[in-house]
Write a protein that binds this ligand. Structure first.
Ligand SMILES: [Zn+2]
Length: 147
């Protein structure tokens, strides 16, 4: 299976936002099949950890690059506003997940550091992997390493 083969041989993993403007394979200059790209709303590591654990079980995932970005949709609503929207649109989910963390972002420079720290909080991650945190400027394309 090509997908499993790809994961086993990836040397880099990227956790980044699902925003269609954020394409780490392009702005990191990655070649085809060079990295596993994990994307979710905001590029939050709490969501991505299952995929990272799975990739690590399949092979060495090497460097993990966490990327948050300016003008992220996750900065448009507060955590409380996300809760309100989900209660309105998905009352069934909201009722069974009252303390759910929707991952609102105030400042991508701070959340990317917090998300790297979340991964490094697990000694097995800190020991096995190099974990970096970058902020991508959505308008200029500039990458800034925060950690
Ligand atoms: Zn985003």
């Amino acid at each position: 299976m090509p997908c499993a083969h790809l994961a086993v041989h990836s040397l880099t993993s990227s956790v980044s936002c699902a925003d269609p403007r954020i394409t780490p394979e392009n702005f990191l200059g990655l070649n085809f099949a060079e990295a596993a790209i994990i994307r979710n709303g905001g590029g939050r590591t709490v969501d991505a950890i299952r995929s990272l654990l799975d990739l690590d079980s399949l092979g060495n995932i090497g460097t993990v690059v966490v990327i948050h970005h300016t003008d992220c949709g996750m900065t448009y609503l507060s955590e409380e506003q996300f809760h309100d929207r989900v209660e309105e649109n998905h009352p069934d989910f909201a009722k069974t997940h009252p303390d759910y963390n929707y991952g609102a972002i105030n400042d991508p420079e701070k959340t990317v550091v917090a998300d790297v720290e979340y991964l490094k909080g697990f000694p097995s991650f800190a020991e096995k992997m190099t974990i970096a945190g970058l902020v991508f400027d959505t308008f200029t394309g500039e990458l800034k390493r925060m950690v």
